[in-house]
Design a protein around this ligand. Structure first.
Ligand code: CIZ
Ligand code: SF4
Length: 301
């Protein structure tokens, strides 16, 4: 019998997370996929994550439950234009966020995640390198601001995180009155939001921040990221007042439409072997995309 392993991203619904062998952020799931002794990997996430799993574990059959599970960072990046942009910066190292297609990765020197991006770019600058950064403009703008870099940036955004804005946040803070309040944010959010945050970090970084929270117990914690992770935060610290950061007055509803295509029916079908198999990457395409990922893993592990 084929051994099936099901992975679910934190941004899927609680029901899907409960169907999974492993729940995590994109880096954790990629590493789990790489090491999984599975014939079939069902990736309840989005396509670029399933592609990364295939790149790291090419002998497994990798299945994405729904064809529509894309990502705005991928959709907003025309790979031909990206190639031209890279060629226009021949003396720069091209660093790409892992939220990118396999073709995009193959045009990159380094892949980074929100967990290791600060350290990898600091390492490259320390070596005297010049860097261009793609595809997430918000993350790049934050790095340029935070560290005084001058990286040319590609201009794509996460359509979910890009909706957070300072005005709605100010209204959210005002609505809690005198209660101590905190903001934690993912670096895919716009710079004015990140400048206001008490903590900026990856999906797992934010979860760990909440787990370690030791300030006043009546504090309100606003979370500027996809709302799926609130389930895990509330499981870890049920006594805390953890709220989705508002995107407009009264609305706390930031959901990734592509992650939510992972319905119970679609995941069950995928577990039975039916779904979108990541079978279109040639060995040469896998190899070209694997190199910049391996560079990141060698740096981080
Ligand atoms: O897709 C995303 O927005 C994120 C933050 C994924 C991940 O787990 O790093
Ligand atoms: Fe892409 Fe944003 Fe959805 Fe993540 S939350 S998969 S970056 S659209």
């Amino acid at each position: 019998m084929a051994k099936v392993v099901t992975l679910a991203h934190y941004y899927t619904t609680p029901e899907i997370q409960q169907m999974a062998d492993k729940v995590g952020d994109s880096l954790e799931l990629s590493l789990f996929a790489r090491d999984a002794e599975a014939d079939i990997i069902v990736f309840a996430g989005v396509r670029f994550m399933a592609e990364t799993a295939k790149i790291l574990n090419p002998n497994a059959t990798v299945i994405l439950p729904d064809r529509g599970s894309t990502c705005s960072l991928v959709e907003q990046t025309d790979v031909t234009a990206l190639k031209a942009w890279r060629e226009a910066h021949p003396d720069h190292v091209h660093v790409s966020y892992i939220n990118s297609s396999a073709e995009h990765k193959a045009l990159s020197d380094w892949i980074v995640t929100s967990r290791n991006v600060d350290d990898i770019i600091a390492h490259l600058y320390a070596e005297g390198k010049k860097v261009i950064f793609s595809p997430d403009r918000n993350m790049g703008a934050y790095l340029n601001f935070q560290y005084g870099y001058d990286m040319p940036l590609w201009s794509a955004v996460c359509e979910v995180h890009d909706k957070f804005n300072q005005q709605a946040l100010d209204e959210g803070f005002a609505s809690v009155g005198d209660l101590p309040s905190y903001l934690i944010a993912h670096p895919e959010s716009p710079l004015p939001v990140l400048q206001q945050a008490d903590y900026v970090g990856s999906t797992s970084g934010m979860l760990n921040w909440v787990k370690a929270f030791d300030k006043a117990p009546n504090s309100v914690i606003f979370v500027a990221t996809e709302d799926g992770i609130l389930y895990n935060m509330k499981l870890a610290r049920p006594e805390l007042d953890i709220r989705q950061a508002p995107i407009y007055a009264g609305c706390q509803c930031n959901q990734c439409p592509y992650m939510k295509l992972n319905t119970i029916e679609a995941v069950k079908r995928a577990q039975a072997g039916h779904g979108i198999e990541i079978d279109y990457l040639t060995p040469a395409a896998i190899e070209a995309a694997r190199l910049p990922i391996e560079r990141m893993l060698a740096f981080s592990e």
